[in-house]
Ligand binder design. Structure first.
Ligand SMILES: NC(=O)c1ccc[n+]([C@@H]2O[C@H](COP(=O)([O-])OP(=O)(O)OC[C@H]3O[C@@H](n4cnc5c(N)ncnc54)[C@H](OP(=O)(O)O)[C@@H]3O)[C@@H](O)[C@H]2O)c1
Length: 331
């Protein structure tokens, strides 16, 4: 199967209300069978702020505002991000300042709040911080082995019926967990599984992604730029900060790092040869797998650069070569 044939066909609609002279690429949307609205093909992830402590709030607000201006509509947050600070900031900037009815807002219930009363309370609190009556997508951030999925999914379905949740998703779920969760939904289905997925970290999740494709579950790819590695960061030396290494799914661990760096450098050389940004290859390779990348961005310039990268679609030959190089093929 060619990469292109696996890709759900995004409708390339024009982005709305650009607020500046910068060229605005169409972001695209992916229809999802179990969602009330089509799902934007590219999103802004709001994990970094608050969590890493040093984030400058004004800069983060400017980043969200710039994303909105340039047509990004999918914003991914979670109750645990900055202990609610991420949701509150998104609510402030996006919805209070800009109206935000067009926004596609996704948030997550913590793995510590999966009992029915906790799920309900968590959503009430998230909606209050986001200043919304409903979210477009509500994800279980990760399963908790001590809480039966029947309890969690039953409550999520009730919230979906009440219209507080446009679609139900999960994150970091294995095939067994997806099957178990799906069994406890009767009127709707799991719309999304958000997983760690990028060119440099993919084989481990093959079975999960195959299951999602077979069951019409959209894969949202988190850490799509491998924490900046797929922007060329750290490829010429430079210390990887501890907060970047942490939660990076072993990308930066000493037993793997030399190989990862070698492959990332080969990808960078391919990008240079093809005359495209490295991030274009990283993001469009994911899109060709049928995944929707959710990118962490902490500065307005990063939003601009990543949207420029999204607007350049590498050829099928370049993406196929990238796949081979990322697997370690040197020929
Ligand atoms: N469901 C889950 O369990 C889970 C787990 C992890 C992440 N996520 C979601 O996925 C989102 C993205 O993941 P991620 O932040 O881990 O990884 P990522 O998107 O691969 O990397 C984000 C980092 O790359 C750097 N970057 C972005 N654009 C850049 C540019 N144009 N030039 C240079 N560097 C650039 C920035 O680093 P600096 O900020 O240092 O400049 C940014 O914070 C998160 O925000 C969150 O919404 C979900």
């Amino acid at each position: 199967m060619t990469p292109t044939s696996r890709r759900p066909i995004p409708s390339r609609r024009k982005a709305a209300t650009p607020g500046s002279a910068t060229a605005v690429p169409a972001i695209g949307e992916i229809p999802i069978p179990a969602g009330k609205r089509a799902h934007p093909a590219l999103g802004l992830g709001l994990w970094g702020l608050g969590r890493w402590g040093t984030e400058d709030e004004a800069r983060t607000k400017a980043t969200v505002a710039r994303a909105w201006e340039l047509g990004l509509r999918w914003f991914d947050t979670a109750e645990v991000y900055g202990n609610g600070r991420s949701e509150r900031l998104l609510g402030d900037v996006l919805l209070r300042s800009h109206g935000g009815t067009e926004a596609y807002v996704a948030t997550k219930v913590s793995w510590e709040h999966l009992r029915p009363s906790q799920v309900r309370a968590a959503l009430v609190n998230s909606l209050e911080r986001l200043a919304r009556r409903s979210v477009d997508l509500y994800l279980v951030h990760a399963p908790d082995a001590h809480v039966p999925l029947a309890e969690t999914m039953g409550t999520l379905e009730a919230l979906w019926k009440e219209g507080k949740v446009g679609a139900i998703g999960v994150s970091n779920f294995t095939v067994d967990e997806l099957e178990e969760a799906g069994r406890h939904l009767s009127s709707t289905r799991i719309a999304v599984n958000q997983v760690h997925y990028n060119l440099l970290n993919r084989d481990e999740g093959d079975a999960v992604r195959a299951y999602c494709r077979a069951h019409g579950i959209l894969i949202e790819a988190y850490t799509p730029l491998a924490r900046g590695l797929l922007h060329g960061r750290y490829l010429d030396g430079g210390r990887v900060p501890a907060e970047v290494r942490r939660y990076a799914h072993r990308l930066f661990e000493p037993d793997r790092l030399p190989q990862i760096l070698e492959r990332a450098r080969a990808l960078r050389a391919l990008a240079t040869e093809a005359g495209v940004p490295l991030a274009s290859i990283a993001l469009h390779w994911l899109a060709d797998q049928g995944a929707a990348p959710v990118v962490g961005m902490s500065r307005p310039e990063q939003v601009e650069e990543n949207l420029r990268a999204w607007s350049v679609r590498p050829s099928a030959r370049v993406l196929a070569r990238a796949e081979a190089l990322a697997r370690g093929d040197r020929a």
